[in-house]
Design a protein around this ligand. Structure first.
Ligand SMILES: Cc1cc2nc3c(=O)[nH]c(=O)nc-3n(C[C@H](O)[C@H](O)[C@H](O)COP(=O)(O)OP(=O)(O)OC[C@H]3O[C@@H](n4cnc5c(N)ncnc54)[C@H](O)[C@@H]3O)c2cc1C
Length: 824
């Protein structure tokens, strides 16, 4: 059956539905398909024009399975598997063929990246082969391989007809009862008391209407941002022009795998005897800044040969047939891009019942199958099927709604998809939006900044006269020596970090304590001034948040969370507040945080403040107000680097003064300014977990090795039953710390943990242990029915870019295992 013949919009638009899906591109069709498959048959999809008429109809149709992490790969693989079966299920031909794909490297650095990706593929069970330039030539006779350094092939990657994939999903949804109405534009999402109540629309005849619904899903593609904005929902995306070119038929082309030449920003695909080349140029053209024309439907954008020329020139050398083949189509169409090149899924923190699946960064066809499945699961079951933090809408920052910011950033993110994905790579556009009160001070002292959640953070400090730029590499980068000096200062002397980007949340009110004790696993009902390290768990015992809670008074608490998770944590707290009487306030910008860490931290504190910093006067895990210089601070005796130290929370207006006072007092003790890279290398030696990498909502708190922070005896809390159940059943896997015995290789994350010769999982995070003398990483090891001794009795290696390196394993932190230094 031809997709254009499919019936849509027959019958009356209902006045009520369980869910309304806005947008009939591949995303909306997939969400509808999966909701219907999950048994939600009373659902309606509204499309302002015709199905697929936005971005979906003109996609190139590449279906790759390999992504940067286990769960993203799981979703992409799910899509590929689904699309293979969809035609038989729905009768709509999808054109899906598993032609395989090849990625070639033209530089050693890129080759290293490809080999690292191949290791990732092996961890996630995606079939992959490393192939030589000669093998590439054998599979792609038209290709010039004279400068190809190496390549990898994924035989089960595919290509498809994108519009028909969407139509098949729509058909599958309708077969299960979903209703689809075209030429019906949603004009607004209605809400009452922060919860969705339905949508207003204008129908095909111009008639206004309303559908009452508890669940609304914004699948509006590049229209999604403005639609969300109307409801006060943050959905930061912006369209860019996206190009490909198709030749006239080329004789004897045959069936070729999809080919990616990322070093030339290009991909190639053969279809129906023609050759296609698509571009991921380094500087893209944003589109639709002034809004999108009302009658936009199956539109194309104007050709821009000048813009495409550099890509085409490379193509003529790479595949000389482009010199002679005539041009059949020059295509330019808009697609949504996001500030971090990852799409958005999940419930908007601002409005309950407002869900999102949008912003696909040119992988919406490959991504939507899995994304639709995951979102439907999330909506119907109330929780995500597995950790989706990478694409979670709660990572979006409110300021990212700003269109100038978005417009500038997406010029870069499109091209980044094919750029070298070096570790620690920083974005270059739209910088400087969020600065700490100490930014200028740090800059003047050599700080080289990186960006997280819009925050400019000092990542490392350049020496006098040293270039203040990153020189990226898969090997030691130009700041390795700076990190080493900072790291050793923290271990042997004293270092000062600006951690003002920490998220800070005040929870106050009559029920604040009871509320926090319900959402946190540790005992929060402690004496005023005590600091509690804890996790917020979900019902499965997975970790939703990793934080400290400081009791400021009988009824007031300060929660400190990573800057990147603040919106997520606020949303989790607000969602679980229920009838408890407590006020939750984001106070992040009000206080700067200076972390003074190292064995000499006490000496510096004594020099800058008259307070008592002895163990008796200021014990570990407590906070109190102190005088610093001529100002005041709240000193928290905690650490994330595994040393004696204090975190100074300073009112933003006094931050610069306190910084100067500490700096001056620290001079005679060798105080060194330190960056985030050093924070990370120190914390990994101490095996402190990092949320989003080592611990996620999928990782059980006991398996993460954080049982010491769980108090099942305190009474009920979210996740308690799952903790008790796991205690009863025993652990299935355990977090283990690894150190490479060879001091040379580096671990970042996603290297493979190899146990007795067999890959058992990824390294969840890694950095260089300058004090321990080698790369250090964390990772989970399966251990069903095994004792700790059994786990440690194995032989461990870490596979990096295909090479296996011997590793030492430990279940206790390799640095300061008894926390003697921390409590010193
Ligand atoms: C040149 C090019 C090549 C590409 N190649 C590939 C590829 O090879 N592989 C791949 O995976 N991806 C590819 N993509 C990306 C892919 O096409 C998109 O990611 C995907 O189509 C996005 O789907 P969507 O449903 O989110 O958006 P859309 O298809 O744009 O759907 C959104 C729909 O919402 C409707 N809508 C908006 N507002 C409203 C409203 N208020 N009421 C009702 N309806 C509304 C719109 O009319 C539209 O139909 C490519 C994109 C381009 C431009």
């Amino acid at each position: 059956m031809c997709w254009q013949e499919m019936e849509t919009g027959v019958g009356q638009i209902p006045e009520r539905a369980r869910a309304v899906i806005i947008g009939g591109g591949v995303s909306g069709c997939s969400v509808a398909y999966h909701l219907a498959k999950a048994g939600w048959t009373d659902i309606v999809l509204l499309e302002r024009k015709q199905l697929t008429s936005g971005t979906t109809w003109h996609a190139a149709g590449l279906i790759g399975q390999l992504r940067g992490s286990a769960n993203m790969t799981r979703l992409a693989k799910y899509s590929a598997d689904l699309y293979v079966k969809l035609a038989a299920e729905t009768g709509v031909e999808t054109g899906m063929r598993q032609v395989g794909s090849i990625s070639v490297a033209l530089t050693r650095e890129r080759h290293e990246e490809l080999l690292r990706q191949a290791t990732v593929a092996r961890i996630f069970d995606v079939e992959v082969h490393e192939i030589s330039p000669a093998e590439v030539k054998a599979r792609y006779p038209h290709l010039n391989v004279s400068d190809v350094v190496g390549a990898v092939a994924l035989p089960l990657d595919g290509q498809c007809d994108p519009a028909n994939i969407a139509m098949a999903l729509a058909k599958g949804a309708r077969m299960r009862g979903a209703q689809i109405f075209e030429h019906t534009k949603v004009t607004g999402v209605t809400k009452v008391a922060g919860r969705v109540t339905g949508v207003d629309y204008i129908g095909a005849e111009g008639e206004p209407g309303h559908i009452a619904a508890d669940v609304v899903v914004n699948c509006g593609g590049m229209w999604g941002r403005d639609l969300a904005e109307q409801s006060g929902v943050t959905l930061p995306l912006h369209a860019c022009e996206h190009f490909y070119l198709i030749t006239e038929p080329v004789e004897g082309l045959g069936h070729l795998p999809v080919l990616r030449v990322p070093d030339e920003c290009a991909y190639y695909k053969s279809d129906a005897g023609k050759m296609m080349i698509g571009a991921f140029e380094p500087k893209a053209k944003p589109w639709g800044m002034g809004g999108i024309r009302e009658d936009f439907m199956f539109d194309t954008l104007p050709e821009d040969w000048d813009h495409f020329q550099p890509i085409l020139e490379h193509a003529m050398n790479r595949m000389p047939l482009f010199e002679t083949a005539g041009i059949h189509t020059f295509f330019n169409g808009p697609e949504s891009f996001t500030p971090d090149d990852r799409y958005y899924l999940g419930e908007a923190p601002e409005v309950a019942g407002y869900w999102i699946a949008a912003g696909y960064n040119s992988v919406g066809i490959a991504g939507s199958g899995g994304a639709g499945m995951a979102l439907a699961h999330w909506i119907t079951e109330g929780e995500a099927p597995f950790d989706l933090w990478e694409v979670d809408i709660r990572r979006a920052q409110p300021f990212q709604r700003n269109r100038k910011y978005l417009r500038e950033r997406v010029t870069e993110t499109l091209g980044l998809l094919y750029a070298d994905h070096f570790p620690y790579r920083q974005v270059e556009t739209s910088r400087g939006v969020r600065r700490t009160p100490l930014h200028a001070h740090l800059k003047a002292r050599g700080a080289v900044f990186g960006e997280v959640a819009g925050w400019e953070r000092a990542n490392w400090f350049a020496n006098e006269g040293q270039e203040r730029e990153y020189r990226y590499s898969w090997k030691r980068q130009n700041w390795f020596g700076n990190q080493r000096a900072e790291h050793l200062a923290v271990r042997n002397g004293v270092g000062l970090f600006d951690m003002s980007s920490f998220g800070k949340i005040r929870v106050e009110g009559r029920d604040a304590c009871a509320f926090l004790n319900r959402v946190c696993a540790n005992q929060i009902d402690v004496a005023t001034g005590r600091i509690v390290y804890t996790q917020m768990l979900n019902r499965k015992g997975g970790i939703e948040s990793d934080l400290t809670v400081t009791r400021l008074s009988e009824t007031a608490f300060l929660l400190v969370v990573p800057g990147a998770t603040l919106q997520r944590d606020l949303a989790w707290l607000r969602r679980h507040l229920g009838e408890d009487f407590a006020v939750i306030t984001d106070v992040t910008a009000g206080e700067a945080v200076l972390c003074l860490m190292g064995p000499k931290a006490r000496d510096v504190m004594r020099a800058v403040s008259p307070a008592d910093f002895s163990n008796a006067g200021h014990p570990f895990g407590t906070a109190r107000e102190i005088e610093v210089g001529m100002g005041l601070a709240r000193a928290h005796r905690v650490t994330y680097v595994g040393e004696l130290g204090w975190e100074l929370y300073v009112s933003a207006d006094q931050a610069a003064h306190v910084f100067e006072a500490v700096e001056e007092a620290g001079a005679e003790h060798g105080l060194k300014l330190c960056g985030i890279h050093t924070l990370d290398s120190c914390r990994i030696e101490k095996a402190y977990r990092h949320f989003g990498h080592d611990i996620t909502d999928e990782d059980h708190v006991l398996e993460a090795g954080l049982g010491f922070a769980v108090k099942t005896g305190k009474g009920d809390f979210i996740g308690r039953d799952a903790v008790l159940a796991k205690q009863e059943a025993g652990l299935s896997r355990r977090m283990v710390q690894f150190r490479l015995t060879d001091p040379e290789p580096l671990m970042f994350h996603n290297e493979a943990v190899v146990r007795d010769g067999k890959i058992v999982g990824p390294v969840t995070s890694g950095n260089y242990g300058h004090f321990l003398g080698g790369a250090v990483g964390l990772g989970y090891v399966p251990c069903k029915g095994e004792s700790e001794a059994d786990v440690l009795a194995s032989r461990y290696e870490i596979e990096i870019a295909g090479v296996r390196h011997a590793a030492v394993a430990s279940l206790v932190p390799m640095h300061d295992p008894k926390s003697e230094r921390v409590k010193g």
